[in-house]
Ligand binder design. Structure first.
Ligand code: SF4
Length: 207
Protein backbone atom coordinates (compact mmCIF):
# COMPACT_ATOMS: atom_id res chain seq x y z
CA UNK A 1 0.00 0.00 0.00
CA UNK A 2 1.28 3.42 -0.98
CA UNK A 3 0.31 5.01 2.34
CA UNK A 4 2.77 2.62 4.03
CA UNK A 5 5.69 4.78 2.90
CA UNK A 6 4.83 7.41 5.56
CA UNK A 7 4.95 4.70 8.25
CA UNK A 8 8.22 3.36 6.82
CA UNK A 9 9.86 6.80 6.94
CA UNK A 10 8.53 7.36 10.49
CA UNK A 11 9.74 4.00 11.81
CA UNK A 12 10.51 0.82 9.82
CA UNK A 13 9.29 -1.33 12.69
CA UNK A 14 5.96 0.48 12.76
CA UNK A 15 5.56 -0.12 9.00
CA UNK A 16 6.41 -3.79 9.44
CA UNK A 17 3.99 -4.28 12.33
CA UNK A 18 1.20 -2.77 10.22
CA UNK A 19 1.97 -4.11 6.75
CA UNK A 20 3.87 -7.36 7.35
CA UNK A 21 2.33 -8.50 10.63
CA UNK A 22 -1.09 -6.88 9.98
CA UNK A 23 -1.36 -5.28 13.42
CA UNK A 24 -3.09 -1.97 14.10
CA UNK A 25 -4.13 0.13 17.05
CA UNK A 26 -5.83 3.54 16.99
CA UNK A 27 -4.83 6.48 19.18
CA UNK A 28 -5.94 10.13 19.42
CA UNK A 29 -3.78 11.15 16.45
CA UNK A 30 -5.01 8.41 14.09
CA UNK A 31 -8.69 9.01 14.92
CA UNK A 32 -8.34 12.80 14.64
CA UNK A 33 -6.64 12.32 11.26
CA UNK A 34 -9.47 10.06 10.10
CA UNK A 35 -12.13 12.62 11.07
CA UNK A 36 -10.25 15.43 9.32
CA UNK A 37 -9.99 13.35 6.15
CA UNK A 38 -13.74 12.63 6.01
CA UNK A 39 -14.75 15.71 4.01
CA UNK A 40 -11.61 15.65 1.88
CA UNK A 41 -12.10 12.00 0.93
CA UNK A 42 -15.80 12.30 0.02
CA UNK A 43 -15.93 11.61 -3.75
CA UNK A 44 -19.49 13.00 -3.96
CA UNK A 45 -18.40 16.54 -3.08
CA UNK A 46 -17.68 18.24 -6.40
CA UNK A 47 -15.85 21.54 -6.67
CA UNK A 48 -15.26 23.50 -9.83
CA UNK A 49 -14.14 27.04 -10.62
CA UNK A 50 -13.23 28.74 -13.87
CA UNK A 51 -10.25 26.88 -15.40
CA UNK A 52 -9.81 24.71 -12.32
CA UNK A 53 -11.51 21.61 -10.92
CA UNK A 54 -10.83 19.07 -8.19
CA UNK A 55 -11.12 15.28 -8.05
CA UNK A 56 -11.29 13.59 -4.64
CA UNK A 57 -10.31 10.08 -3.57
CA UNK A 58 -8.52 9.30 -6.83
CA UNK A 59 -7.36 5.65 -7.13
CA UNK A 60 -3.80 5.30 -8.41
CA UNK A 61 -1.22 2.59 -9.04
CA UNK A 62 2.28 2.23 -10.42
CA UNK A 63 3.88 -0.84 -11.96
CA UNK A 64 7.23 0.97 -11.66
CA UNK A 65 6.91 1.30 -7.87
CA UNK A 66 4.66 -1.74 -7.29
CA UNK A 67 2.30 0.40 -5.19
CA UNK A 68 -1.35 1.36 -5.23
CA UNK A 69 -3.41 3.72 -3.16
CA UNK A 70 -5.77 6.68 -3.15
CA UNK A 71 -4.92 10.37 -3.53
CA UNK A 72 -6.89 12.73 -1.26
CA UNK A 73 -7.33 15.32 -3.99
CA UNK A 74 -6.05 16.19 -7.46
CA UNK A 75 -6.25 19.82 -8.57
CA UNK A 76 -6.55 20.21 -12.35
CA UNK A 77 -5.69 23.61 -13.85
CA UNK A 78 -6.44 24.37 -17.50
CA UNK A 79 -3.12 24.65 -19.32
CA UNK A 80 -2.14 24.25 -22.98
CA UNK A 81 0.74 21.99 -21.89
CA UNK A 82 -1.48 19.71 -19.80
CA UNK A 83 -3.11 16.34 -20.49
CA UNK A 84 -6.49 15.16 -21.73
CA UNK A 85 -8.97 14.33 -18.98
CA UNK A 86 -11.98 12.14 -19.88
CA UNK A 87 -15.20 14.22 -19.97
CA UNK A 88 -13.37 17.57 -19.93
CA UNK A 89 -12.66 19.92 -22.83
CA UNK A 90 -9.10 21.18 -23.32
CA UNK A 91 -5.85 20.23 -21.61
CA UNK A 92 -5.30 20.16 -17.82
CA UNK A 93 -2.24 20.12 -15.56
CA UNK A 94 -2.67 17.89 -12.50
CA UNK A 95 -1.29 18.65 -9.01
CA UNK A 96 -1.61 16.27 -6.06
CA UNK A 97 -2.91 17.70 -2.77
CA UNK A 98 -2.29 15.53 0.31
CA UNK A 99 -4.04 16.51 3.57
CA UNK A 100 -2.34 16.02 6.95
CA UNK A 101 -3.79 16.65 10.40
CA UNK A 102 -0.65 18.08 12.05
CA UNK A 103 2.06 20.46 10.95
CA UNK A 104 5.12 20.22 8.69
CA UNK A 105 7.46 17.38 9.82
CA UNK A 106 11.24 17.56 10.22
CA UNK A 107 11.59 14.23 8.36
CA UNK A 108 10.58 13.07 4.88
CA UNK A 109 7.52 10.97 5.77
CA UNK A 110 4.86 13.33 4.34
CA UNK A 111 6.96 14.41 1.37
CA UNK A 112 7.84 10.82 0.40
CA UNK A 113 4.14 9.88 0.39
CA UNK A 114 3.38 12.90 -1.82
CA UNK A 115 6.21 12.07 -4.23
CA UNK A 116 5.10 8.41 -4.46
CA UNK A 117 1.56 9.61 -5.26
CA UNK A 118 2.93 11.90 -7.97
CA UNK A 119 4.94 9.08 -9.57
CA UNK A 120 1.81 6.88 -9.63
CA UNK A 121 -0.37 9.65 -11.07
CA UNK A 122 2.22 10.43 -13.73
CA UNK A 123 2.14 6.78 -14.77
CA UNK A 124 -1.68 6.74 -14.83
CA UNK A 125 -1.99 10.00 -16.81
CA UNK A 126 1.23 9.64 -18.83
CA UNK A 127 2.48 13.07 -17.84
CA UNK A 128 5.17 14.88 -15.83
CA UNK A 129 4.27 16.73 -12.62
CA UNK A 130 6.86 19.24 -11.43
CA UNK A 131 5.25 20.24 -8.11
CA UNK A 132 2.47 19.29 -5.71
CA UNK A 133 1.14 20.31 -2.29
CA UNK A 134 0.60 19.18 1.31
CA UNK A 135 -2.14 20.93 3.30
CA UNK A 136 -1.64 20.92 7.09
CA UNK A 137 -4.83 21.34 9.13
CA UNK A 138 -3.11 22.43 12.33
CA UNK A 139 -1.24 25.36 10.80
CA UNK A 140 -3.73 25.95 7.96
CA UNK A 141 -0.85 26.09 5.50
CA UNK A 142 -0.34 24.68 2.03
CA UNK A 143 3.24 23.56 1.49
CA UNK A 144 4.45 23.58 -2.12
CA UNK A 145 6.85 20.69 -2.83
CA UNK A 146 9.14 20.53 -5.87
CA UNK A 147 9.06 16.97 -7.19
CA UNK A 148 12.76 16.93 -8.08
CA UNK A 149 15.09 14.06 -9.04
CA UNK A 150 16.59 13.77 -5.55
CA UNK A 151 13.18 13.18 -3.95
CA UNK A 152 12.14 10.77 -6.71
CA UNK A 153 15.32 8.71 -6.21
CA UNK A 154 14.78 8.67 -2.43
CA UNK A 155 11.25 7.32 -2.95
CA UNK A 156 12.35 4.68 -5.49
CA UNK A 157 15.10 3.44 -3.11
CA UNK A 158 12.75 3.48 -0.10
CA UNK A 159 10.05 1.53 -1.93
CA UNK A 160 12.61 -1.05 -3.04
CA UNK A 161 13.63 -1.53 0.61
CA UNK A 162 9.94 -1.87 1.57
CA UNK A 163 9.44 -4.62 -1.04
CA UNK A 164 12.59 -6.45 0.12
CA UNK A 165 11.49 -6.36 3.76
CA UNK A 166 7.94 -7.40 2.84
CA UNK A 167 9.09 -10.36 0.75
CA UNK A 168 11.49 -11.50 3.48
CA UNK A 169 8.94 -10.85 6.29
CA UNK A 170 11.41 -8.70 8.22
CA UNK A 171 10.38 -6.88 11.39
CA UNK A 172 13.23 -4.75 12.77
CA UNK A 173 14.00 -4.86 16.48
CA UNK A 174 12.36 -2.26 18.66
CA UNK A 175 14.33 0.75 19.82
CA UNK A 176 12.90 3.36 22.15
CA UNK A 177 12.83 6.74 20.44
CA UNK A 178 11.31 10.06 21.55
CA UNK A 179 8.74 9.65 18.78
CA UNK A 180 7.50 6.34 20.28
CA UNK A 181 5.18 8.27 22.60
CA UNK A 182 3.27 9.50 19.51
CA UNK A 183 3.02 6.02 17.97
CA UNK A 184 -0.37 4.27 18.05
CA UNK A 185 1.44 0.90 18.13
CA UNK A 186 3.30 1.65 21.35
CA UNK A 187 1.39 -0.92 23.45
CA UNK A 188 1.81 -3.64 20.80
CA UNK A 189 5.44 -2.82 20.09
CA UNK A 190 6.56 -2.35 23.70
CA UNK A 191 9.83 -0.71 22.58
CA UNK A 192 11.35 -0.67 26.05
CA UNK A 193 11.18 -4.46 26.45
CA UNK A 194 11.04 -6.11 23.02
CA UNK A 195 14.50 -5.19 21.75
CA UNK A 196 15.45 -8.80 21.00
CA UNK A 197 12.06 -9.96 19.66
CA UNK A 198 12.01 -10.32 15.87
CA UNK A 199 8.23 -10.58 15.61
CA UNK A 200 5.56 -9.20 17.90
CA UNK A 201 3.44 -12.26 17.04
CA UNK A 202 6.17 -14.48 18.55
CA UNK A 203 5.98 -12.42 21.70
CA UNK A 204 2.20 -12.61 21.94
CA UNK A 205 1.58 -16.15 20.72
CA UNK A 206 4.99 -17.86 20.54
CA UNK A 207 6.44 -20.38 22.98
S1 SF4 B 1 6.64 2.33 19.46
FE1 SF4 B 1 8.52 3.26 18.61
S2 SF4 B 1 9.81 1.53 17.86
FE2 SF4 B 1 7.70 0.78 18.19
S3 SF4 B 1 6.72 0.93 16.20
FE3 SF4 B 1 6.21 2.81 17.31
S4 SF4 B 1 7.82 4.30 16.76
FE4 SF4 B 1 8.55 2.25 16.14
Amino acid sequence: MLSGIQHFCFCKRSWSLIHVEQLWEENYYTIDGMIKHEKVDNPFIKEKRKNIFYSRSVPISSSKLGLNGIIDMVEFIKDGEGVNVPGKKGLWKPYVIEYKRGKEKPDLRDISQLVAQVICLEEDLNCHIEKSFIYYFKTNTRLEVDIDEEKREFVIDTVKEMHDMFENRITPDAEFYKKCTLCSLYDLCMPRITKKRKSIENYLYGD
